[in-house]
Design a protein around this ligand. Sequence first.
Ligand SMILES: [Zn+2]
Ligand SMILES: [Zn+2]
Length: 256
Amino acid sequence: MIDLHNHSLYSYDSKRKMEDIVIEGISKDLDILGFSDHLDFNKNDPGNMFYKGENQLEEFSFLKKKYSQKIKLFLGIESSYEKDYEDKIISSFKKFPFDYKIVSLHFVDGVVISDWIVNLEKDKKSIFEVDYEKYFIQLESIVDFKIFNILGHIDYYKKYSKFTNHRETFKRYQNYYERILRKVIKNGNILEINSSGLRHKCKEQFPSVEILKLYKDLGGEIVSIGSDSHKTGDIAFGFDRIQNIIKDFKFKVYKP
Ligand SMILES: [Zn+2]
Ligand SMILES: [Zn+2]
């Protein structure tokens, strides 16, 4: 049991103490738990420059030792990606000894996805009227960045979409998915299965089974698992279901 996507109070959008996270992880029989707090440099984002790596590193080292007999802890990071602040991301990656790096798309055109999607779908009556292409263009730019381990929640737009028939979007943008996943595999990056979608109205993990099948067909073998926990009870959320998916596809699970 591995959960590599957890947010603590070192993320602007979580209030959880790292030690509480560790204790919940132990109570859920996790063998491996990783912290992946937000690293953000978008000026419009409340999390801009919020991350305090020195403080977290100190706390992490203490907890790692304290709980070493009960659980294996890793310090990762979840960086948002936009081309404009690539240099800042790289310098943070060099500054702190992260065990793994997740990179995720949280902004499109400089706008946080939750707002971008709502605005894009405003006044639209069906999914067929919506042009999501910019999302995929920016997603592809992350993959071209290359300097990371895990590509986070690839079809995250589902979280905020008012539509539910996302298979249509998959079909329409399948070329993008194919190109992106081919690059992920070729570059030695890993696709994340993020269970947080099961907690939201899309009621489906990120990515959907169609995308995972494509990843497998293209030669993808390894996935990373994360709950994207932000509060009590979220850790390892829906992992029974995720484990069944992993078994069905015979994926290997990434360990840092
Ligand atoms: Zn994220
Ligand atoms: Zn996250």
